[in-house]
Design a protein around this ligand. Structure first.
Ligand SMILES: *Cc1c(COP(=O)(O)O)cnc(C)c1O
Length: 323
């Protein structure tokens, strides 16, 4: 079977982005190791610049552009971590970045990305309408579109996490990865399985609007209704013209599991009280799966993918669940 992406591209990405991203900590969790009956380590992308792994893919994409593309600048549609990643990388590399959002996105999120230096375009009543505006700006201004997941440079950037794990953890049995569009799990899977073909990859997502899960079940990309979730960074579809991530997940991911809102909230509180880690809902889904016996097996790494959560909401969640 030939995959659309090779480990060589991920190795290249690792070299390219090294000056701009953190090699994040990988920490043993003794509590989760006890649950699992074998060592569990947490890969803390919560400690990445911008508070989430998306900076890796965005940086690799921006560094792949030629001179004409660099001077045209880049554009992204995002309400959160992808927008932060693109804005941060663009500022670091001296490119102009535009981030489009709908009028429904809370001001705090808009301001967080504007503060990183991006031009904010607030338009329409939905993410789809924001996308239409982005397409019009691309046609008019020649800006380069940066996909949040379905782009080979983006996937290769996220895959650098897989290289870091394989270098740091001997005899790794299972990797647990949060899933939305599938760029993160796709990239990690290519790197990990190239180096250790029998490693098990488990994807985790919320049971409310799980686009990749439903698509894999149906054998083709399908649309799901978007619902409010604590794991807001996992919302959105995989695109009906999905180019890379559906095939990568289909070929390389061994298992997909769903977690409930209550399990996500409990996992956020568990990480806080037991490990002193602040994770957003999307970042905690892997730990939620472990705490409920849905994943793990042998020496396991769970990716804690981000920490960008409203702190008023977060403190309420953890306070209600104080041990
Ligand atoms: C985007 C995101 C994910 C999912 O990544 P995909 O590549 O879309 O599957 C997981 N966690 C966080 C915090 C994210 O921002």
């Amino acid at each position: 079977m030939t995959l659309a992406l090779s480990i060589a591209e991920i190795r290249q990405a690792a070299t390219t982005i090294a000056p701009h991203v953190c090699r994040t900590p990988l920490r043993v969790s003794s509590g989760l190791s006890q649950y699992n009956g074998a060592e569990v380590l947490l890969k803390l992308e919560t400690m990445q610049n911008t508070g989430a792994f998306k900076l890796r893919g965005a940086t690799n994409k921006l560094l792949s552009l030629d001179d004409a593309e660099r001077s045209a600048g880049v554009i992204a549609v995002s309400t959160g971590n992808h927008g932060r990643g693109v804005a941060f990388a663009a500022a670091k590399l001296g490119l102009h970045a535009v981030v489009c959002m709908s009028e429904l996105v809370p001001t705090v999120k808009v301001e967080a990305i504007r503060a990183l230096g991006a031009e904010m375009v607030i338009t329409g009543k939905s993410q789809d309408e924001a996308e239409e505006t982005a397409l019009a700006m691309i046609a008019e201004l020649g800006l380069v579109y940066v996909s949040p997941f379905d782009d080979r440079h983006v996937i290769a950037g996220q895959g650098t996490i897989g290289l870091e794990l394989m270098a740091a953890v001997p005899a790794l049995d299972t990797i647990i990865v949060p899933v939305s569009g599938g760029g993160l799990i796709g990239g990690i899977s290519v790197a990990a399985k190239a180096l250790r073909p029998d490693v098990r990859i488990v994807g985790v997502t919320m049971d409310r609007g799980a686009a990749m899960y439903e698509s894999i079940k149906a054998g083709k990309p399908v649309q799901v209704e978007e619902m409010v979730s604590l794991a807001d960074s996992l919302g959105g579809g995989i695109g009906s013209n999905n180019r890379y991530t559906f095939d990568l997940v289909h070929a390389l991911v061994d298992d997909m599991v769903l977690v409930t809102e209550a399990q996500i909230a409990d996992a956020m509180a568990w990480l806080y009280w037991n490990e002193r880690i602040v994770a957003e809902g999307a970042g905690a889904v892997g730990v939620a799966a472990l705490l409920n016996g849905f994943a793990g097996g042998g020496r396991t790494v769970a990716i804690v993918s981000g920490c960008n959560v409203d702190m008023a909401d977060f403190t309420e969640i953890v306070r209600e669940r104080a041990p």
